[in-house]
Design a protein around this ligand. Structure first.
Ligand SMILES: Nc1ncnc2c1ncn2[C@@H]1O[C@H](COP(=O)(O)OP(=O)(O)OP(=O)(O)O)[C@@H](O)[C@H]1O
Length: 232
């Protein structure tokens, strides 16, 4: 589904990524972990076309997408939920969702009713302006909007950051439901316990380089990996 090899990227003349390798297979839930400032968000931004790629390759769904424009990569089927939500504040919940609805149909296509079934709270607030929603509801809306593009891969950056524990649990439950549907997901999150319960594979980066990859069984078998690269 997604194969990233030797990805290099940065900001202006400051290089941040020096060789990130990452793989997400169909139905996989893959984490991107590492200490603060190691390049997790930059990796995501580079692979979806928001940051300039200095080297390496990104292959998505069998085709090279390295360096393509973000809207082109999004249309290929990568749904992105950025850190900090970014819903349209002056549109209603309903308008936010239809604004990103992809012009695709067929089996498995996301519809308003499917998003509302996943997030009943959004259904109750359909006519409410997005700016009046709680942080957790805005996060649900951000995920719902990404789903309305019918992604083959959903990318979430800190989806539970700053949310109350009960709301976090709701987001994790929703991600479990998406996992059961075999949607491929790449995610960054500081809530490591929940992340590890959900994920099928992990990627650790340090100073812009992939330093460890493996499944949860391999990670659990080697506690030094976690201590060394995340330090908890
Ligand atoms: N817009 C920017 N301009 C310049 N440098 C940036 C910019 N955004 C991030 N950086 C730098 O790039 C490096 C990697 O940042 P990045 O946000 O990718 O890390 P991260 O692993 O996601 O960290 P965190 O967990 O703190 O979000 C950091 O040194 C950061 O200061």
């Amino acid at each position: 589904m997604l194969e990233v090899v030797g990805l290099k990227s940065g900001y202006g003349c400051s290089q941040v990524l020096f060789g990130v390798d990452l793989q997400v297979g169909k139905g996989d839930i893959v984490t991107l972990m590492g200490r603060n400032g190691m390049g997790k968000t930059t990796t995501i931004r580079a692979l979806i076309g928001l940051n300039h790629v200095l080297g390496g390759e990104v292959v998505f769904d069998g085709a090279k997408v390295t360096g393509l424009r973000p809207e082109v990569i999004a249309r290929r089927g990568i749904g992105y939920v950025p850190e900090g939500r970014h819903v349209f504040p002056t549109l209603t919940v309903h308008e936010n969702l239809v604004a990103t609805a992809a012009n695709r149909s067929g089996q498995g296509a996301w519809s308003l009713s499917r998003v509302y079934a996943l997030f009943p709270r959004l259904a109750e607030r359909q006519r409410q302006y997005a700016r009046t929603l709680s942080g957790g509801e805005q996060q649900m809306l951000a995920i719902g909007r990404a789903l309305m593009t019918n992604p083959k891969l959903l990318v979430l950056d800190e989806a539970t950051e700053g949310l109350a524990p009960t709301v976090r649990t709701e987001i994790w439950t929703c991600l479990e439901a998406l996992k059961a549907e075999r949607l491929s997901i790449l995610l960054i999150d500081k809530n490591v316990a929940a992340l590890r319960r959900l994920a099928t594979a992990h990627t650790f980066i340090e100073k812009g380089v992939t330093v460890w990859r493996g499944n949860e069984t391999a990670l659990a078998a080697d506690p030094h990996v976690f201590a060394r690269y995340v330090g908890l």
